[in-house]
Design a protein around this ligand. Structure first.
Ligand code: ADP
Ligand code: MG
Length: 382
């Protein structure tokens, strides 16, 4: 992939480019916690977007070629937003880092990668991060990785219209081999947690269901959490978000809440605890407890937060029964997407050989399998 991108650059443009990469990400435990000021546990993966890039000396003129769409676009950095969504990510992040003080000029770039699009591995964060990182280097900027993550998040907000948190960009920029990132979404402090996967595999199984309910239900869940917080805050002035709320408070004031809100709030408190307990277990080398926290996350997301679907429940249920699967849970916003598995190496093939026909028999399609390895974050390759 890297060679192909460099070769294509030389075919389409002048000169020797620099080559950069930024990965997609997984999240081992901690969903729907980010917007509640809680904890998440993402990691960068071995699937990435690669960009060959060179300043072209032309004032603000950008020439892009997307390998995966086999399409070229030219735009001015201070001109209107390009029509193609994939080009908007580049236009957006270049403008965001300019606003942060980097003197971004014109450039030529060829890019492409192997992060599956729209599968929940955050190909969009990989794309923002690779261009943010590369342009900061190429134009002598002094932004750190934290600022680049923020620039990627603002690109989603201001140019794509996706009001995401910062986890995906953070993982893409800060990822390290054999390491999970325990990110505190309130302070944006993070702790690297060693995750030595020797003898184990991380595997995603795609339910093949598209998240059609995800955005409307996402807003409903956010509101239910806020309603719960508002009730507690009437009694406990220090409470600002669910991060400040305990089960004891819910025992005391829960009767004043809508029962559904109460259930959602309990889930978020438990999910934060599963992230922390899972990390403590990993530090002690207690893989089994880590896996149980992954499983608990799925059960909570399905029964208490109610963001799963039959296909995801089928895969996770199958996994939870299967010897050698350490942990499995739906990953992401819900209503479709993938189940992430942490699985013993020796069980990998037999698990998939049993799951695939069983899923196909029930749902009529073969689920897509995506094997990943925890890898490094954004970097310059050449
Ligand atoms: P994901 O969950 O993978 O982040 P999104 O819908 O947020 O899914 O982002 C996918 C979009 O990101 C694509 O529609 C495209 O515009 C852009 N994108 C991602 N990967 C690539 C790529 N390899 N080449 C060009 N554009 C890409
Ligand atoms: Mg995305």
């Amino acid at each position: 992939m890297q060679q192909k991108i460099s070769a294509l650059f030389k075919e389409k443009f002048q000169g020797e480019p620099s080559l950069y990469s930024s990965p997609g990400r997984v999240n081992l435990i901690g969903d729907h916690t980010d917007y509640n000021d809680g904890f998440v546990l993402p990691a960068a993966i071995d699937k990435a977007i690669y960009a060959a890039i060179k300043p072209n000396g032309m004032d603000g003129t950008v020439n892009l070629y997307s390998v995966d769409y086999d399409a070229s676009v030219t735009f001015a950095l201070d001109g209107p937003k390009p029509e193609q969504m994939w080009a908007c990510f580049v236009y957006g992040v270049a403008n965001e880092i300019s606003r942060m003080g980097v003197r971004v000029g014109g450039f030529d770039a060829v890019f492409g990668g192997d992060v599956p699009l729209g599968a929940g591995l955050s190909s969009s964060a990989a794309l923002e991060s690779v261009f943010g990182f590369a342009l900061n280097e190429e134009f002598g900027g002094s932004l750190d990785r934290r600022q680049l993550a923020r620039a990627g998040q603002l690109t989603e907000h201001n140019y794509i219209g996706v009001m995401c948190g910062i986890m995906d960009q953070f993982a893409s920029l800060f990822g390290k081999e054999d390491t999970l990132i325990k990110l505190d979404c309130r302070s944006l402090e993070f702790e690297p947690v060693p995750f030595n996967t020797k003898g184990y595999r991380v595997v995603l199984v795609d339910s093949m269901v598209k998240h059609s309910l995800a955005s409307s239900e996402y807003n409903v869940r956010r509101r239910q959490c806020e309603e719960g917080v508002a009730v507690v805050a009437r009694h406990e002035p220090g409470v600002k978000t669910l991060r400040d709320v305990t089960h004891e408070m819910l025992d005391k004031y829960g009767s004043e809440m809508d029962p559904v809100s109460l259930k959602r709030c309990r889930f978020v408190i438990d999910e934060n605890k599963r992230v922390s307990d899972g990390c403590e277990a990993l530090k002690k080398g207690d893989i089994e407890t880590f896996g149980r926290n992954m499983n608990g996350s799925h059960t909570g997301l399905s029964r208490e937060y109610e963001v799963s679907c039959p296909e995801l429940d089928f895969i996770a249920g199958f996994a939870h029964q299967f010897d050698g699967v350490i942990g499995a849970r739906m990953m992401g916003g819900g209503f479709g997407g993938c189940v992430i598995h942490f699985i013993k190496e020796e069980a990998h093939d037999s698990y998939l050989a049993a799951l695939k026909p069983a899923f196909k028999e029930k749902y009529g399609v073969e689920p897509r399998v995506i094997d990943v390895v925890i890898g490094d974050g954004s970097r310059r390759l050449v």
